[in-house]
Design a protein around this ligand. Structure first.
Ligand code: 13P
Length: 252
């Protein structure tokens, strides 16, 4: 069996000014300095990336962005390119977060193009997928994920996707305090892994990290991480304080 290094990632969404982000990142760097066997990432707002990159340089904490545009440059007011992110010290980028899909018109097609832009710039893409409450209740969970994964990754070959990370975030569990049970999460993670296996290759599926996101807290991370197909977490609210996020990072 492939040893997948867990990744604990914090999505800071539209919280924290640059100086607030620098302060929290500095606290986090100290709190996780002695951790091993786990990858750690925080994704602050764009305005905080450059200053936070200086705080996390040479630390256990990697830097990520929350979005990017698929073109290298151009007349795209308000957008940001992969090259701008790498120049600001980013190593990871979230793509297709449900809030981007819900409020900003992100589609599986734009997700697909953004993954290419990230890979071309050597950023590690974190592809976010997940069903809404209505979709789960009407029995569409697997078909929704099927579409998000297949269209999101259409046209790619296994060799392209060695650095891809998938985050399963059921929309009904985001910011609601309702975590998917670990059995519910495991069932979906296993489904996603089998989808990668049949669409791409068993080797890619075996090596791919699949994170769970949605109301992850210090109190539920250990149970989630016990499941065989859960390889880490994408954390919103509980990542905003260095103390709670570092407890999640130290889940075992
Ligand atoms: P919460 O942890 O606040 O539920 O947010 C999850 C999320 O959307 C991370 O990307």
């Amino acid at each position: 069996m492939v040893n997948r290094i867990p990744l604990i990632a914090g999505n800071w969404k539209m919280f924290k000014t640059a100086s607030e982000a620098v302060e929290t990142a500095g606290q986090l760097v100290d709190l996780v300095a002695d951790t091993t066997g786990v990858d750690i990432m925080i994704a602050p707002a764009f305005t905080a990336l450059d200053p936070v990159s200086k705080v996390v340089a040479d630390s256990r904490v990697g830097l990520g962005a929350q979005n990017l545009h698929w073109e290298k440059q151009g007349a795209y007011t308000g957008e940001i390119s992969a090259q701008m992110l790498t120049a600001s010290g980013c190593r990871y980028v979230l793509i297709g977060h449900s809030e981007r899909r819900q409020y900003f018109g992100e589609t599986d097609d734009t997700v697909n193009r953004k993954i290419r832009a990230a890979l071309d710039a050597d950023l590690l893409p974190v592809l976010c997928v997940g069903e809404t409450e209505g979709e789960r209740e009407s029995g569409q969970t697997f078909s929704v994920l099927d579409k998000q994964v297949k269209i999101g990754l259409q046209g790619y070959v296994p060799q392209d996707l060695g650095s891809l990370i998938i985050a399963y975030e059921p929309v009904w569990a985001i910011g609601t305090g309702k975590t998917a049970s670990r059995e519910q999460a495991q069932e979906v993670h296993q489904y996603i892994r089998s989808l990668i296996e049949t669409t791409f290759s068993p080797a890619l599926a075996g090596a791919m990290r699949i994170l769970y996101g949605g109301s992850v807290k210090p109190g539920n991370i250990t149970d989630l991480m016990d499941m065989p197909d859960i390889d880490g977490a994408l954390v919103g609210g509980a990542s905003l304080e260095a103390d709670s996020f570092s407890q999640i990072v130290k889940f075992n």
